[in-house]
Design a protein around this ligand. Sequence first.
Ligand SMILES: Nc1ncnc2c1ncn2[C@@H]1O[C@H](COP(=O)(O)OP(=O)(O)O)[C@@H](O)[C@H]1O
Ligand SMILES: [Mg+2]
Length: 262
Amino acid sequence: MVDNTTESYALRMVNIEKYFGLVCALRNINLEVGRNEIIGLIGDNGAGKSTMVKILTGVYPPTSGELYVAGRKVDLRTYNVKKAHEHGIETVYQDRSLGEKQVLWRNFFIGREITLPFGFLNVKKEKEISSEIMVNTIGFRGKGITVDSNVSLLSGGERQGVAIGRAMYFQAELIILDEPTTALSLKEVQKVIAFVQKIKEGGKSCIYISHDIEDVYEISDRFVIMDRGEIVASIAKKDITLKALDEFLLEYSHGMKDKEEK
Ligand SMILES: Nc1ncnc2c1ncn2[C@@H]1O[C@H](COP(=O)(O)OP(=O)(O)O)[C@@H](O)[C@H]1O
Ligand SMILES: [Mg+2]
């Protein structure tokens, strides 16, 4: 089913709710992610960010609501991680996204191997494509790292880059990064930021979650702020400076505290 009003978006969530037993983790989530838009998703611990990611990536079903990807309504009763991939939604986890003991070229094709007739792995083709992804898609500059290198040789930021490159190669429309820079050094964070800019240049969309407001500010087109399971603000970057965003978040959390004390 094609809905014209949603076609211009990479993703649209309509009244998504998620309960864990009696606990409401998400309430009234209405969010559109534009094509080629980078959204910075901000919120304190427990705000519901990761739960939203898990719903979008097919890990959990929502309790209620609708999901549209590129204008097509998703059948949430049958939605799962594989279906999310088919819809072009990919996520990159901090540690789990790359197999430590694997060589890089194999890693790119986990679960989507290219085979020759009779089912043999097309090693040559897989290596060629891996190399192409590393050099051209993500502009990999790691010294001495080739497609034959072991994943364990890569730094944290480089691993994020490989995972992002893989998602881009498989034509992900929307790449979701949930705290990709946690536990990375400053220099490594800069690498991840550069990779996210590749997503933007590649014409794709991204939801970027981080505690670091400066990083979020740098790479996002729009900021979506969540608090206790709800979206409380959506602000375009052109309408707010970093300082004003910082102040807004501070004031917002103080305002909430004041209310609680009454
Ligand atoms: N699997 C789960 N079972 C029960 N409660 C959960 C589960 N996952 C998340 N929650 C609850 O949902 C709320 C939102 O959590 P989460 O989405 O992880 O927040 P964030 O990523 O913004 O820190 C929290 O109150 C959390 O305890
Ligand atoms: Mg989280």
